[in-house]
Design a protein around this ligand. Structure first.
Ligand SMILES: [Zn+2]
Ligand SMILES: [Zn+2]
Length: 151
């Protein structure tokens, strides 16, 4: 996904000022990296990449920048039961595949049928549904535990 640098910077400046946050080079570098990848990186992975652009940046600053971006709705945080988190440069409703082998998170191009969402909402006693995010777990093509069983 190639995004125009100028548009990315403007998007970031506008969203940060709307939430009363300052534009900083560190936040910009973290945002650019998130927008450039579909890998749903952990904070450590973001740190690894952004450090190549800004050698002096600390992991703590990367963490804070990621949380600032999430707060400004410029990124999504995916949290898991073991306390780990991944970050997604996409904020639109979309679904994920999560590999239980390599822990990779992959965007799922398919959509959930609106009628199915409505059916679930109807079962949710007064809860007003505004979005839908689905995670399918299993094994990616590289990690399938028993390829023979798929034949
Ligand atoms: Zn895998
Ligand atoms: Zn995603």
């Amino acid at each position: 996904m190639q995004t125009d640098t100028h548009d990315t910077e403007r998007t970031l400046r506008d969203a940060l000022s709307a939430t009363g946050q300052r534009y900083t080079e560190q936040r910009a570098a973290v945002f650019r990296y998130l927008r450039s990848t579909e890998s749903h990186p952990t904070a450590d992975e973001v740190f690894f990449h952004v450090r190549q652009e800004i050698p002096g940046i600390s992991l703590a600053t990367v963490y804070k920048s990621l949380e600032t971006l999430v707060g400004a709705r410029l990124a999504t945080k995916l949290t898991y039961g073991d306390g780990s988190a991944r970050y997604d440069g996409r904020t639109d409703d979309h679904h994920h595949l999560r590999c239980l082998g390599c822990e990779r998170v992959i965007d799922l191009p398919g959509q959930v049928d609106d009628r199915e969402v409505a059916r679930l909402e109807a079962s949710a006693d007064g809860f007003q549904v505004t979005g839908c995010r689905l995670e399918l777990t299993g094994y990616c093509a590289d990690c399938s535990p028993s390829p023979a069983s798929r034949v």
